[in-house]
Design a protein around this ligand. Structure first.
Ligand code: PLP
Length: 406
């Protein structure tokens, strides 16, 4: 698929600004339809959802709940009440750690996470292990991010209660063989939480097909607004979990001494909800469906291949992860001999190329790979070949501009 001009024109920032935006793994750009929907909601339907009995509040509630159905369909969840709106992936994972982890895990149990986890899917499990006395096992990957069947089997021991794993690594771009992880977890009776922060924006994710028990993602990485994300949880698990946060909107009845809680999913959505965020996320999901995952994947693969082919010819540049563009999900993370990634990023910025530099909230993985920080370019279908060429040209001049004479 060549980039349809009208698609590119859907992104006001990309139209008005000449930046080659290659930090999509941190947050994507928003198409006009998402921005328009947020504005329309506030102009036409703004009221506190789930509270008022008057028409405007009923309308706000209906828009909020129809966004939930859109997420349910996106993930192919069996029931809308299996979708809980959160602020982001981080909050969704914390919800499961506090509500499920602290209540179900005991001393003598094990929790397995992979060494590739973002800190958001690592610190909550360190907390649960620390508070319960459970062990925390790291599922080691190969240097290119591959998770072998042996590693999966050996690092999910029989006493495992939770396996929390990323779907796509935000450092290497590698996709986890979820079916193999789920099969082993089921053998030992563990639940699986999938961190889909880096996958939902790029590939079709079907919770029933994958067989995961929980899944977390953020709206802002798939062109929705910041401040809205979602947790998927199997209904029977969510039903037996206590609330994570308490307060308004999550109760049936309150007395001086206690309360009974609302039904799913409202039990987990305390306080005024981010209805405009949910409406914006709904618009982003519609947009993704209009373009089609197949088209997005094809386009991202083409751009990734272009970037990987070009970068491997540049001396002193080392790309992390596999050599196969299929194993990058648009993420190209690299180091340049003798140049700090912060300098790389500043030089690229002076050429109007926006990339991320640092530890990418994955310090244990970087330590395992033997690097302290790296530069990361991350691609979305709306990037252009010209932007990739600009990125490559800029990278090829970095050492010279830092004073090296080759
Ligand atoms: N998990 C992964 C794999 C990520 O890449 C990120 C963000 O970069 C997160 C979790 C956290 O996402 P958020 O900051 O939206 O909660």
């Amino acid at each position: 698929m060549s980039l349809n001009r009208s698609i590119r024109e859907e992104f006001p920032l990309l139209v008005s600004n000449d930046v080659a935006y290659l930090d999509n793994a941190a947050t994507a750009q928003r198409p006009a339809c998402v921005l328009d929907e947020i504005r329309r909601f506030y102009e036409n339907a703004n009221a506190n959802p789930l509270r008022g009995l008057y028409a405007l509040s009923v309308e706000a509630t209906s828009e909020y709940e129809s966004a939930r159905v859109a997420v349910q369909q996106l993930l192919n969840a069996a029931h809308p009440e299996e979708i809980v709106f959160t602020r982001n992936t981080t909050e969704a994972i914390n919800l499961v750690a506090y509500s499920y982890g602290l209540n179900k895990v005991k001393q003598g149990d094990n929790i397995t996470i992979s060494i590739m986890e973002h800190h958001s899917n690592m610190l909550p499990w360190q907390m649960v292990a620390g508070k319960t006395g459970a062990t925390l096992t790291y599922l080691e990957c190969e240097k290119d991010g591959a998770l072998t069947e042996d590693a999966i089997r050996n690092n999910i021991p029989d006493n495992t209660k939770i396996v929390a794993i990323t779907h796509v690594s935000n450092v290497l771009g590698r996709t986890t063989p979820v079916e193999t992880v789920v099969a082993r977890a089921k053998e030992v009776g563990a639940v699986v939480l999938l961190d889909a922060a880096q996958s939902v924006a790029h590939m079709r994710v079907d919770v029933q097909k994958l067989g995961v028990d929980f899944l977390a993602f953020s709206g802002h990485k798939m062109m929705g607004p910041m401040g809205i994300g979602a947790l998927y949880g199997k209904r029977e698990l969510l039903e037996e979990m206590p609330p994570f946060l308490t307060g308004g909107e999550m109760i049936e009845y309150v007395t001086r001494t206690g309360a009974t809680y609302a039904e799913l999913p409202h039990k987990f959505e305390a306080g005024t909800v981010n209805a405009a965020g949910a409406v914006g996320l709904h618009a982003a999901i519609d947009f993704v469906n209009r373009i089609g995952y197949e088209n997005m994947e094809e386009r991202e693969l083409l751009l990734t291949r272009l970037a990987l082919d070009g970068i491997k010819d540049i001396p002193h540049v080392h790309v992390l992860g596999s050599e196969d563009p299929h194993e990058h999900c648009g993420i190209i993370n690299f180091t340049i001999d003798g140049v700090h990634p912060h300098d790389v990023s500043q030089i690229l910025d002076s050429d109007n190329v926006a990339v991320r530099a640092g530890h990418h909230c994955a310090q244990p993985l970087l330590a395992y790979l033997g690097v302290r920080s790296t530069t990361r370019a991350s691609i979305m279908f709306y990037n252009t070949e010209e932007e990739i060429q600009r990125f490559l040209k800029s990278v090829s001049t970095v050492r010279e501009r830092m004073g090296y004479s080759e």
